[in-house]
Design a protein around this ligand. Structure first.
Ligand SMILES: Cc1cc2nc3c(=O)[nH]c(=O)nc-3n(C[C@H](O)[C@H](O)[C@H](O)COP(=O)(O)O)c2cc1C
Length: 192
């Protein structure tokens, strides 16, 4: 019997008082209710990659720093990804773009879910991230949950996802079901 594939839940923000680890932990637990894959959290704060420090073009696949090589090895081990990311000024965090841009083939063609959050659910963050994922030929689950933060949550920097995002539970579950289906698609159907 082969081991189930690993899905990495990417914690997409790194600032000191961020909500992302709490939200990503909630999302990861929902994913863990499925038997088709194992879920592991990857926190970008644990992978401090200097901004664009690779001198070459990542798509060519030759990395010059030990840090990038370790990041490459990590991401290469993921069959699928769940990007959990807040909206920052109508986009997604620079730390996430930097982490994506350090690599190329490790993301290419793989399956993904995009979960955004923000005052109105972070739809603009999700749309931008979707475009980048399309560029990497990733297969993105059609359901992209957008979790709404209230002013209080933002001001106090606190959230209780199981309570505050209860109305989004079904969409996160649906996105994981879509990811499970994408993960078993035959290789020839994977490339667009
Ligand atoms: C630099 C920055 C820019 C932000 N821009 C937006 C925005 O455009 N739209 C929005 O709804 N919320 C915005 N917010 C509020 C964030 O969505 C909210 O603070 C969220 O908790 C940030 O995620 P984090 O706590 O994981 O860093 C912004 C917050 C920061 C720090």
């Amino acid at each position: 019997m082969t081991a189930p594939p690993t899905v990495f839940v990417i914690v997409g923000s790194v600032r000191a008082k961020r909500l992302c680890p709490t939200i990503a932990a909630w999302v990861a637990d929902i994913g863990r209710s499925r038997a088709e894959f194992v879920v592991e959290i990857v926190d970008l704060a644990d992978w401090p990659l200097p901004l664009d420090d690779e001198p070459g073009i990542p798509a060519l696949g030759s990395y010059s720093t030990e840090r990038t090589r370790a990041w490459s090895e990590k991401i290469a081990g993921g069959a699928g990804f769940v990007f959990v990311a807040p909206q920052y000024n109508w986009g997604y965090p620079a730390a996430l773009k930097n982490a994506i841009d350090h690599l190329y083939r490790e993301w290419r063609g793989k399956s993904a879910i995009i979960v955004s959050y923000g005052g109105h659910g972070g739809g603009k963050c999700a749309a931008q991230l979707r475009q980048v994922a399309d560029g990497l030929k990733m297969r993105v689950a059609p359901t992209m949950p957008g979790l709404e933060l209230s002013d209080d949550m933002m001001r106090e920097g606190k959230v209780e996802p199981a309570r505050d995002f209860a109305s989004h539970l079904a969409s996160v579950e649906l996105a994981f079901a879509e990811l499970a289906a994408l993960l078993i698609q035959p290789p020839e159907a994977k490339q667009r």
